[in-house]
Write a protein that binds this ligand. Structure first.
Ligand code: CTP
Length: 401
């Protein structure tokens, strides 16, 4: 079996935190897994552990000084280009601040900007520093750019306090890295379409029918698909969320517009995930002028919108089709019914009437149901990004079968 780390070029960035001593163990562990390791350190990291330690353990030169080496070669561009993955462990608040804002005042931060592959960051610091909103906002910026963040552990910290901020054990980091490398490129060459967010069905120029969907689930799916190497087209209803890096985003407003965008872009897609909360009905007509408050009662004729998912299911052309079911009860029965009725390959369901997460929340408690083997996975509450990873794990598994 081809193990994920064998012969992989790992670039390890070490910044100046007390946990830098654990990075030496990390290098040893990676070498044991037959990876090729090159280390880049900041000057403050070298106050904790000497470059010689890393040089001996990695059997490679350590990169620290921007100004040494052959002037004809631009080290940071060459080294970045030759690496398969870049991991920064430990990552201090200072380095996190710099890389989230594109600052590059040392070799390590230059490497970060020059590197185009998957990046994993292991923040490690005192818990008050870690929880500081400035650090959390910087981490959020990195997350949104598809950087993989490994949450620090909870426990006793170097300062004697107890809290979150410890760098995870090297073995756990290596496991996470193996998982990342296994997934990276898993969907390369695949085209994925995702719908997200609500639709708006206008009754007059200032009023519409809609729902509280934020688009978070669909956007998280787009991020996860990009991270696995897919070419992603995200067709989004109105949403405040930033564009997921690396995807093509098409903005739509009504169900009709979303339907047209889906039909226009579906050719050549391998996977389509319909995560949008599409309005089932729209006002039969949209008034050109604002409807005035000049009567006691007002009723409105509604008509069906096109069912986008159903339309794709009817094409039946080898597309791996994923539907969503947001229900207030009988989740499993409704999911099964929708999956068969709309000819989906996979159905993702969640309850929307309780504390399970759902509309607008950062978390979700989902159930994944497959058509091929009928397997039902009931997952615990997790972030929408984690849920997106689980959905892609299952898609990849089903596609392979
Ligand atoms: N969907 C769609 N177009 C619509 C309505 C729904 O593409 N006009 C898609 C959603 O994106 C979702 C799935 O269909 O993937 C299920 O949506 P849902 O509203 O739960 O199902 P409906 O078929 O509308 O059934 P009901 O509202 O009766 O539960």
């Amino acid at each position: 079996m081809n193990l994920p780390l064998t012969k992989k070029n790992i670039l390890l960035g070490v910044t100046g935190g007390i946990a830098a001593y654990k990075s030496a163990e990390l290098v040893r562990g990676l070498i044991k897994k037959n990876a090729v390791v090159r280390v880049a350190m900041t000057e403050s990291a070298a106050r904790f552990v000497t470059p010689l330690t890393f040089e001996v353990l990695s059997q490679n030169r350590v990169y620290m000084d921007m100004w040494e080496g052959d002037p004809k070669e631009i080290d940071h561009v060459t080294v970045a280009g030759e690496s398969d993955v870049f991991i920064i462990a430990p990552a201090t608040a200072n380095t996190i601040g710099k890389i989230s804002h594109g600052l590059a005042d040392n070799l390590l931060t230059n490497l970060f900007l020059a590197f185009k592959g998957p990046v994993m960051i292991c923040p490690s610091m005192n818990s008050n520093m870690y929880l500081n909103p400035a650090v959390q906002e910087n981490l959020q910026i990195l997350r949104e750019r598809n950087t993989h963040l490994m949450e620090p552990d909870f426990g006793e910290l170097a300062c004697g306090d107890e809290g979150i901020g410890r760098m995870p054990d090297p073995d756990n980091i290596i496991q996470a890295l193996e998982c990342l490398l296994k997934k990276t490129g898993e969907l390369s060459g695949k085209k994925v379409m995702i719908t997200a967010g609500p639709t708006r069905e206008f009754s007059d120029p200032v009023r519409f029918l809609s729902n509280p969907s934020s688009g978070k689930m669909g956007y998280a799916l787009a991020e996860a698909a990009v991270a696995r190497g897919a070419e992603v087209t995200l067709i989004s209803g109105p949403s405040q969320l930033p564009k997921p890096a690396g995807s093509q985003v098409i903005h739509t407003v009504s169900a009709d517009e979303m339907n047209h965008a889906v039909i226009d872009h579906i050719e050549g897609m391998d996977i389509a995930i319909m995560a949008a909360a599409v309005s089932d009905y729209k006002p039969a007509s949209c008034q050109h002028e604002k409807i005035k408050k000049n009567r006691e009662k007002l009723s409105m004729d509604l008509e069906l919108t096109p069912d986008i998912l159903d339309g794709l299911g009817k094409r039946n052309n080898g597309l791996f089709l994923v539907g969503f079911a947001a229900e207030t009860g009988d989740l499993i029965e409704n999911m099964k019914d929708k999956m068969l009725r709309k000819n989906c390959s996979l159905m993702v369901g969640n309850l929307v009437n309780s504390s399970h997460g759902g509309f607008g929340s950062d978390n979700n408690e989902i159930v994944i149901m497959g058509r091929g083997n009928g397997q039902v996975d009931k997952l615990p509450r997790m972030t929408k990004r984690q849920a997106a990873e689980k959905i892609f794990d299952r898609i990849v598994e089903e596609i392979k079968q």
